[in-house]
Write a protein that binds this ligand. Sequence first.
Ligand SMILES: Cc1cc2nc3c(=O)[nH]c(=O)nc-3n(C[C@H](O)[C@H](O)[C@H](O)COP(=O)(O)O)c2cc1C
Length: 277
Amino acid sequence: VGYEFHPLLMAKITGTINYVSGGRLGVNIVAAHDPVDYAQFGFEQARTPAERYEIADEFTTLLKYLWTSEHPIDFEGDYFRTRGGQINPRPASKPRPLLINAAGSDLGIDYACRQCDAIFISARDRTQEAYAAMAEKIHSTAASYGRKVRICAMCYVVMEDTDEKAAETVNWLADEVDIDALKNQFWRNKPVYHQDQGEADDPYLGLGLDWFRARGLGMGGYQLFGSYETVADQLAGLHEAGVEHVALCFFDPNKGVQQMGEHVIPLLRERGLRATS
Ligand SMILES: Cc1cc2nc3c(=O)[nH]c(=O)nc-3n(C[C@H](O)[C@H](O)[C@H](O)COP(=O)(O)O)c2cc1C
């Protein structure tokens, strides 16, 4: 939202897709921070965190009015204005489409807890304990506003018949990580800093082996690696940690979706974590 796309445009696009899909659209609000992205949109510099979340707040408030109001609305904010703003068709989802966010900062989490329905969490050490602590913090912040916000985790999944086979695949994938893509992601907005630190010559880009592999295998998301039983156990662990949704990313999506349906979901049903019908 930092690039000042007008909420009316976003309400029209998302409202229409939600309507024609019978409600199968939610919106992930990103309060962008990357200076390269700002430059591409013609801004001289990235906005400060405080400004990004002020814009996000106002954007979300107006978006909600536009999605839900049966009448044209007037809105006068610091960043956005509309006179007689209205969309048609309105979303099929009632009261409105799902709003999700992936803030990491305290400021961002505060915004998400006030304005969104769900939040993606991540923790650098990728353990059940670290995710439980994040989930607890978010649930209690939301509760302080009298709200309930659901916790989501983005996961990278590599599954095989056995743990050993999955480990082989993971090792092979780790050897094949696209170093240039990772370098671009990490250095494009801070090349001088990293080169000054001598990190240009470091095969792990100054991240250390563990975090380098985590970024290369799933962008730092929670890693679900192993047999179907192991993956089901790990998903049950996330559930125990307070995670209420998962976005699963597969190395091979066609195979991964099939493996989930045939092998993992039945195991989750046995554990009472999926509806039985
Ligand atoms: C599914 C998903 C999609 C994301 N898409 C973007 C994106 O398009 N652009 C971006 O800068 N960050 C994206 N992010 C990362 C964070 O949402 C974003 O960097 C956020 O501003 C970080 O939190 P902070 O503002 O509290 O520091 C995405 C994260 C997730 C989980």
